[in-house]
Write a protein that binds this ligand. Structure first.
Ligand code: THU
Length: 173
């Protein structure tokens, strides 16, 4: 929110700026070994997506603090809104299998059967909200590794960076 954002009549008590840092890599060879492994898992696991309607196959692979690797894919439905994103399928699986084991990192990849898959896609708004709740619940940031089947990779330090002004359990108090 810079000065240009304000109308000439406004006199706020303060103005604020929001920014965050993220990393960019040219390709998987530049990533640390553990992250390269996780991205490889996500890229290959896109084959398991159930996406007969969008033909956009998404997979997410998580590494927990205890070292478990867990994967999820998007699951669509003929009744379109019933479909679930890969990230939320993954979080539900994690929460069911290892409810007390925080997540260190999640790699998210996709294969666009009808288009290109060479630039990172970031999680949708619903998934951002779910990811942030998981961070909050287990008191641990989740690093996000975003990439298509090839090419550029973005690494975001914590999911919350993608969702400023998050609605959290604190707001319910
Ligand atoms: N999708 C995901 O799985 N994750 C996202 O973050 C964005 C979208 C899925 C939902 C739907 O099955 C397909 O991609 C097209 O939107």
């Amino acid at each position: 929110m810079g000065k240009d954002f304000l109308s000439p009549q406004s006199h706020p008590m303060a103005t604020h700026q929001h920014q965050f840092e993220f990393e960019e890599y040219d390709n998987e060879h530049e990533l640390p070994e553990a992250d390269r492994f996780l991205l490889h898992k996500a890229r290959t696991h896109t084959a398991n997506a159930y996406a007969p309607y969008s033909h956009f196959r998404v997979a997410a692979a998580a590494r927990t603090v205890a070292g478990h690797i867990v994967k999820g894919t998007n699951q669509e439905n003929a009744s379109y809104p019933v479909g679930i994103c890969a990230e939320r399928v993954l979080l539900s699986t994690l929460s069911s299998l290892y409810p007390d084991d925080p997540v260190e990192a999640i790699a998210i990849s996709y294969q666009n059967v009808e288009g290109s898959s060479d630039s990172p896609a970031s999680p949708c708004g619903l998934c951002r909200q779910s990811l942030v709740e998981y961070e909050y619940r287990l008191h641990h940031p989740i690093r996000l590794i975003l990439s298509g089947q090839e090419g550029k990779i973005l690494v975001i330090k914590r999911a919350k960076d993608l969702l400023p002004f998050t609605f959290t359990p604190e707001d319910l108090k």
